[in-house]
Design a protein around this ligand. Structure first.
Ligand SMILES: O=C(CO)[C@H](O)[C@H](O)COP(=O)(O)O
Length: 226
């Protein structure tokens, strides 16, 4: 799945930004609070309005402190998937259950420097695992290939445990990097500048999907995709 990140779109025209990627699978919405990350974007009122303005499922990525308090509200606001950071959460299992009870998928996110191993046991509580491939906070940064080992470890855990978990990657994904991410085991590819800096964002989505499919086929042959 391809999830264009509206962080790279024109914030004065968010509904148009959603319309311009009609071939996307999800619309990625970065919520930043200027505490967990040094940037401030949007919150619940904008997510509610976006939900009314587009049929695309909203993939809300909360880069905020105290997600235990705020995350379920994003599910109630209409998000299809609500992802929060394990580094910020006091009770990740309880928060995941509250998100699911409110009708959304629950996602767990890890910064590039956060190890996955301590969290294998709680992955069954989640529907998505978002592995950051840049330091969270800003679009347009260079992809960090050192996170690919974490992606493959997640892929192997999903396969071995027969988990229903989408592995998502976010940061620096474009034509030059999406194949290696797909080969490592990613299912959902967030792309901000690679989509919204393109002359035709919908064409960019289609091109990224084609490239990802090639990499995913190689992943299936070499690692397996359970
Ligand atoms: O979460 C994010 C930054 O914290 C963005 O979603 C991400 O960086 C996408 O932008 P780009 O594809 O340009 O890297």
């Amino acid at each position: 799945m391809i999830a264009p990140s509206i962080l790279s779109a024109d914030f004065a025209h968010l509904a148009d930004a959603a319309d311009s990627v009609s071939r996307a699978d999800w619309l990625h919405v970065d919520v930043m609070d200027n505490h967990f990350v040094p940037n401030l974007t949007l919150g619940l009122p904008v997510v509610k309005s976006l939900h009314k303005a587009t049929d695309l499922p909203l993939d809300c990525h909360l880069m905020i402190t105290d997600p235990d308090r705020w995350a379920p509200g994003y599910a109630e606001a209409g998000a299809a998937n609500v992802t929060f950071h394990v580094e910020a959460a006091a009770n990740p299992i309880q928060t995941a259950r509250a998100i699911r009870s409110a009708g959304a998928l629950a996602g767990l996110s890890l910064k590039p420097g956060t190890a996955l191993d301590p969290y294998f046991e709680i992955l069954k509580e989640f529907d998505t695992l978002l592995i950051m491939s840049v330091e969270p906070g800003f679009g347009g940064q260079a992809f960090m290939p050192e996170v690919l080992g974490k992606v493959t470890a997640a892929r192997r855990a999903v396969n071995a445990g027969h988990l229903r978990l989408f592995i998502e990657i976010d940061g620096g994904i474009g034509e030059d990097t999406i194949v290696q991410a797909a080969e490592a085991g990613v299912d959902v590819f967030v792309a901000g500048s690679a989509v919204y800096a393109a002359d035709d964002p919908d064409r960019a989505v289609t091109r990224l999907r084609e490239l990802a499919r090639d990499g995913m086929a190689r992943c299936e042959a070499e690692i397996g995709r359970g």
